[in-house]
Design a protein around this ligand. Structure first.
Ligand code: 0O2
Length: 204
């Protein structure tokens, strides 16, 4: 394909991913506001979103041994549109997942439950890949979005771990890895205790 045409495909793909992010973010905001209206509190503390950078897409395709084209990115990269939903309590994660997955235009394609089954380093987060429609001038397109659902405590740990990982250029000394895993356990305990407090408040 001529370079100009390929560039156009990339621009379109990134734009469509931004549209998908806009759609899913609106869905999440509506659910949060409705829960507030129904006096059920607000399950979402805040939402972050990003379209994966071209550099990051290129690295991921290279790792997978797939050619760097917009078409193969669309087919093989499932987190080009990414949303991180930060909740107060672990119970909010289930609540948001249930509400979202019940919507008729949301198809859950993949679930990675690192909350039920944390990674060896202690990483906890609930990841889903959903497919949603976006409506364009020429018709409808189905787009994938990766949604990471996690508590404030899980996010705190993951953000610091991510920084450390890059600081050491992915070669984190063993002692530090152990320390990080221990802190992940503390974070887990903190989430459990916060949930217990919240349940007690609700009961009273
Ligand atoms: P960025 O900058 O966050 O986008 P797959 O898509 O199935 O081929 P992948 O991408 O490894 O495989 O999927 P997975 O396991 O769902 O992880 C994707 C994202 O989860 C990562 O994105 C991180 O955001 C986060 N993540 C996964 N494991 C860890 C971890 O051990 N520590 C931290 N801090 N975050 C983690 P990217 O692609 O790395 O980058």
């Amino acid at each position: 394909m001529p370079p100009v045409e390929e560039l156009k495909e990339w621009r379109q793909l990134l734009l469509w991913n931004q549209f998908a992010l806009d759609e899913i973010t609106t869905k999440l905001k509506i659910l949060n506001e409705e829960c507030q209206h129904l006096d059920e509190g607000n399950p979402i503390e805040h939402i972050k979103s990003r379209v994966k950078s071209i550099e990051s897409i290129s690295k991921k395709l290279e790792r997978k041994g797939i050619p760097f084209t917009a078409r193969s990115a669309r087919e093989h990269i499932h987190d080009m549109a990414g949303v991180r939903v930060i909740c107060a309590f672990t119970s909010d994660i289930d609540k948001i997942f249930t509400m979202l997955s019940q919507q008729t235009d949301v198809k859950v394609k993949k679930i990675k439950d690192y909350v039920g089954k944390p990674k060896a380093n202690g990483y906890r987060s609930f990841h889903i890949i959903v497919e949603i429609p976006i409506f364009l001038k020429g018709g409808m397109e189905l787009m994938e979005v990766e949604i990471q659902l996690r508590t404030i405590a899980m996010d705190f740990w993951a953000s610091l771990e991510h920084k450390i990982y890059y600081k050491f250029d992915k070669e984190v000394p063993d002692g530090l890895i152990d320390e990080l895993t221990k802190t992940a356990n503390i974070v887990n305990e903190l989430d459990d205790r916060m949930l217990t407090i919240n349940n007690r408040i609700k009961e009273s």
